[in-house]
Design a protein around this ligand. Structure first.
Ligand SMILES: Cc1ncc(COP(=O)(O)O)c(C=O)c1O
Length: 459
């Protein structure tokens, strides 16, 4: 978490306190607040400056910081807005959890991205400086993206470069495809459990979500067939390789069956291929889109995971009229992804740094995955690992009946450890208590320490 985020988090907490305090009350000093929030004096001062800029507190040099007199702004009446807006589409609680990164002191035993030491940051620094000096980085590209980058990504999917659209990361790709391929109010079918960001994307697109259970071989096809029949849904969201959170890989047999069902029902499959470069054991299965001739599969891919979350670069691959509509929507939404970012991605993917980086990543992820699984088995024998994933970065575990994952994850957070509360991965009620762990963000030493702290809570 950056210092800016930390300062804003502290400002938000102080904001609540200030709102309840009488005008003129003195706030604790910077040193005291630093201790309370376990943050540096500079971070606390930045938080106080934020409150001061909003007119909520008044700093008096040499005396301290005081609750400011309530002005018109502090008493503004926004109630009319809720009436004007109507019900919220996006579940704010789920969204805040997905966007909550903890503090730098937290051990990230559940996080969707890789630790900085696993990413090619030194190379990106160099590539980024070079890109910033090129004219191309400062010119527009077409809304679909730089032709060279589209060619490189198309080759990975055996696709026509004309069918590739560059977007600002996988999440944008998901919301953009759901919004364009489905009518608001219609149904999207998702395997359950699933990625909370896909649930948010569907909500943002105004879709109703129907969930279909998945097991270690991916979505259960008979249940998918029933749900297609029942809901008449025309869009299915799937992660065929190393699904988040279960690590499941859609089995060979089910791949064929899912494609047949999509063809029979005239449905699209949004294939979230986020983990293509995060295979650990054996080869990552080919993308589903490579086995579909008739444009049922629309693939979303991202460089956030293997290259860097801050790059914010992904792609959507779609054929036929769907591809045309997506291209048109792209222009309506956003004229192009920052060309600088596209230049950096192109240089990275076409240099020999890339294959070398992916090779090292595989070894590192294998080590961390095995360390996490072994530590869990040894220190927390009461939790059941559903299956050790052959790729991706997540490990899904089941807790004994009756365990309260909301409380456990809150207690873990208070103890400085982030674990994923399984409830957020289900659209409906979870069938059992689950936690999601990730092995991409914590070091082996942090894994040991984090599980030891968790054991004290679960015991
Ligand atoms: C399954 C899955 N899909 C897509 C994304 C989106 O990632 P980004 O927008 O950073 O590319 C994530 C991120 O956590 C994810 O876990």
């Amino acid at each position: 978490m950056s210092n800016d985020n930390r300062a804003s988090e502290i400002a938000a907490r102080l904001h609540q306190r200030v709102a309840a305090a009488p005008t003129g009350e003195k706030l604790p000093g910077v040193r005291e607040l630093s201790k309370e929030f376990q943050a540096s004096a500079a971070t606390v001062s930045a938080a106080l400056s934020e409150l001061s800029a909003m007119g909520l507190v008044r700093a008096e040099p040499g005396r301290g910081t005081f609750v400011a007199e309530r002005g018109r702004l502090a008493e503004a009446d926004f109630a009319w807005q809720s009436q004007a807006l109507g019900p919220a589409r996006v579940d704010a609680d789920r969204a805040s959890r997905l966007g909550g990164y903890g503090t730098p002191e937290h051990i990230p035993l559940s996080w969707g991205y890789l630790a900085p030491e696993l990413l090619p940051h030194d190379d990106l620094h160099r590539i980024g400086s070079r890109a910033a000096k090129s004219n191309r980085a400062w010119m527009m590209t077409s809304p679909a993206g730089s032709p060279e980058l589209r060619r490189v990504l198309a080759a990975e999917y055996r696709a026509d470069p004309g069918d590739v659209l560059i977007v600002a990361g996988g999440q944008q790709g998901l919301v953009f495809t759901m919004r364009t391929l489905a009518e608001p109010g219609s149904t999207v079918i998702m395997e359950s459990p699933s990625y909370p960001g896909a649930i948010l994307a569907a909500q943002s697109a105004g879709l109703t979500i129907a969930s279909v259970p998945a097991d270690k071989d991916g979505i259960i096809v008979e249940r998918l067939a029933d749900e297609l029949e029942r809901t008449r849904a025309r869009v299915i969201y799937l992660q065929p390789s190393y699904a988040n959170p279960t690590g499941a890989v859609l089995s060979l047999e089910r791949r064929t069956q899912v494609l047949e069902l999509a063809a029979r029902h005239g449905a699209f499959i949004i294939e979230d291929d986020w983990a293509r470069n995060l295979g650990i054991d054996g080869r990552t299965p080919p993308a589903l889109i490579t086995e579909d001739a008739d444009g049922h599969v629309v693939t979303v891919t991202t460089l956030s995971k293997p290259a860097s979350p801050g790059l914010r670069l992904g792609a959507v691959i779609a054929r036929g009229p769907a591809g045309d509509r997506l291209q048109a929507s792209r222009t309506a939404d956003d004229l192009c992804v920052a060309p600088m970012v596209q230049e950096i991605a192109l240089s990275l993917l076409t240099s020999n740094i890339w294959p070398r980086h992916l090779k090292r990543l595989r070894t590192e992820l294998a080590g961390r995955r095995d360390a996490l699984a072994a530590t869990l088995r040894q220190v927390l024998p009461s939790v059941r690992i559903q299956s050790v994933p052959s790729g991706g970065i997540h490990l899904w575990v089941r807790l004994p009946h009756g365990a309260d994952t909301r409380q456990i994850s809150a207690d873990a957070y208070a103890a400085g450890v982030i674990v994923g509360d399984g409830r957020h991965f289900f659209v409906d009620e979870p069938p059992a208590p689950f936690l999601r762990f990730s092995y991409g963000a914590a070091t082996p030493a942090q894994i040991t320490e984090g599980i030891a702290r968790l054991a004290r809570i679960i015991a």
